[in-house]
Every structure is written in structure tokens, then in C-alpha cells.
Design a protein around this ligand. Structure first.
Ligand SMILES: Cc1cc2nc3c(=O)[nH]c(=O)nc-3n(C[C@H](O)[C@H](O)[C@H](O)COP(=O)(O)O)c2cc1C
Length: 238
């Protein structure tokens, strides 16, 4: 028998690890049960849309910002926390091929010339001078990107943006970038697949309900940026 020692193949620290995992799963179960109870009694559904911690609230605040408060300098620990969400995400075959290069203010000049914002609003020449983001996360892939890489990428990008919103920040996914120039300027070991700008948003953005066949283009009027979103009835395939 094992007596007072640990079972074969387990050290004290790995036992502690198992206990930690066990504790987390128990906590998670309680959380889910509690949420289901609240949802059943309808208060969960109501609080989810109104509560400031609810997912719908975070999603509504998670707008694509193309103008930032230049006096707010994003710190390395904030980018690290945002990147940290990736340790909890789904990934095709759990390969976890994405890598993240944080860029803060002193290096922002190595990114800004190689990204383009607001192609749908050429007349505004975004970002407006003085409102450029000063922090970025350059997402790279360790492999030649395939379909599953882009699914991983979407999960990662949205999770990081939601974490940013939870911290009072905003962001923008940027796929319109010059990858080779970014590799050179930042000495990246991998090809970038997405640039995410992070900062304190300084734009007034509103969502507008539209039908499936309406114009999807975002637009600006009287200083407000409007983003049309197709209503749920038209998203569901009947
Ligand atoms: C994969 C992806 C790539 C994008 N690339 C750019 C880009 O290169 N430049 C830009 O200004 N916006 C870019 N956007 C932001 C979209 O234009 C934005 O999501 C859309 O206008 C809807 O606005 P919303 O994010 O506030 O809902 C991108 C968004 C996604 C999801």
C-alpha cells in the first residue's frame, strides 16, 4: 500500500495540482448550477442583458474603435492579462498554434505605418491624427495558417477583446496590414495573422438594427459611428 506517501507517479506538488483542478471543477459546477437556477427563474435571462457583468453587456461595449485617447498609455501588464485569456481557450486538436507579440507605446511607430483602418470610410482618413492606438497585440501562427487556424484566431481575438472591455479598454481587429513589413519592423519569428489595437476608446459608437437585405455598411453622422447589425429573426435559417 501507499502508506503515508503519495500514489506512484504523483508527487506532493502534483497532488496539490490535482486538488486544485478538482476544486476548480467543483466551483465551476456550482457556478453553472446557480446560473441555470437563475435562468429558470427568469432572473438570469433578465440580469444577463442588464447586468454590467453580463455577456450581452460586454458584447455591446465591445465595438471596433478606430480612435483612442492618446493620453492613456496602455501598460505591459494590461496586454499580458489580455493575452493570458488564451490559456483557457478551445483550439483545434488543442494544437495552440497562435503566438502573441505585445507592442506598447515605445514601439507603436513600428506598427502604425503598416495597418489600415476604416476602409469603408475613406473620406475620414482614419485614424484621425492624434487618436491613433498606442498598443497592439500582433497575433502570429507557428504553422502555415489553415481553416482551423482561423477558427482558433476568431476565438482568440474575440476572447481578448472581451477581456479588454472587462478592463475598461477597447480594441480593433485589423486584417488589413502589411505582414512582411511587420515581420521586418518587429523582428517577428512567425507570420502575423491579425493585428489587434488596444486602448481607451474615444469614439461614440451605436448599433442599429437592420434587416437581412439592408445596407450593412457602417457610417458616421454628427460625430457618431453607426454599425448596422442584422436582427436575430433574419439570422435564423427557417
Ligand atoms: C476579421 C476582422 C478583420 C477586420 N479588419 C479590419 C481592418 O483591417 N481595419 C478596420 O478598420 N477594421 C477591421 N475590422 C473591424 C470591422 O470593420 C468591424 O468589426 C465592423 O465594422 C463591425 O463593427 P463592430 O466590430 O463595432 O461591430 C475587422 C474585423 C474583423 C472581425
Amino acid at each position: 500500500m501507499y502508506g503515508g506517501s503519495n500514489p506512484p507517479g504523483t508527487s506532493k506538488s502534483s497532488c496539490k495540482g490535482l486538488f486544485f483542478i478538482f476544486t476548480i471543477s467543483i466551483m465551476a459546477d456550482n457556478y453553472l448550477e446557480k446560473r441555470m437556477e437563475q435562468y429558470r427563474s427568469n432572473s438570469g435571462a433578465a440580469s444577463n442583458s442588464k447586468s454590467k457583468e453580463g455577456l450581452l453587456y460586454l458584447l455591446a461595449k465591445n465595438r471596433s474603435m478606430r480612435g483612442y485617447d492618446a493620453s492613456y498609455i496602455v501598460r505591459p501588464d494590461q496586454l499580458r492579462r489580455i493575452i493570458g485569456v488564451n490559456c483557457k481557450l478551445a483550439s483545434a486538436r488543442n494544437r495552440q498554434v497562435l503566438r502573441f507579440r505585445p507592442v506598447i507605446a515605445d514601439e507603436a511607430h513600428k506598427v502604425l505605418p503598416f495597418i489600415r483602418m476604416g476602409a469603408g470610410l475613406k473620406e475620414f482618413h482614419l485614424p484621425i491624427q492624434g487618436t491613433e492606438p498606442n498598443a497592439f497585440i500582433i497575433v502570429c501562427s507557428t504553422i502555415e495558417p489553415r481553416n482551423s487556424t482561423f477558427v482558433d484566431l476568431g476565438i482568440s481575438a474575440q476572447s481578448m477583446l472581451l477581456q479588454a472591455v472587462e478592463m475598461g479598454l477597447n480594441g480593433l481587429c485589423i486584417m488589413d496590414f502589411d505582414g512582411d513589413k511587420l515581420v521586418d519592423s518587429l523582428q517577428l519569428p512567425y507570420k502575423p495573422v491579425l493585428v489587434i489595437a488596444i486602448g481607451k476608446g474615444a469614439e461614440d459608437i451605436k448599433l442599429v438594427d437592420i434587416k437581412e437585405g439592408d445596407d450593412h455598411s457602417y457610417y458616421r453622422k454628427d460625430g457618431v459611428h453607426y454599425v448596422p447589425k442584422v436582427v436575430v429573426e433574419d439570422l435564423i435559417i427557417k
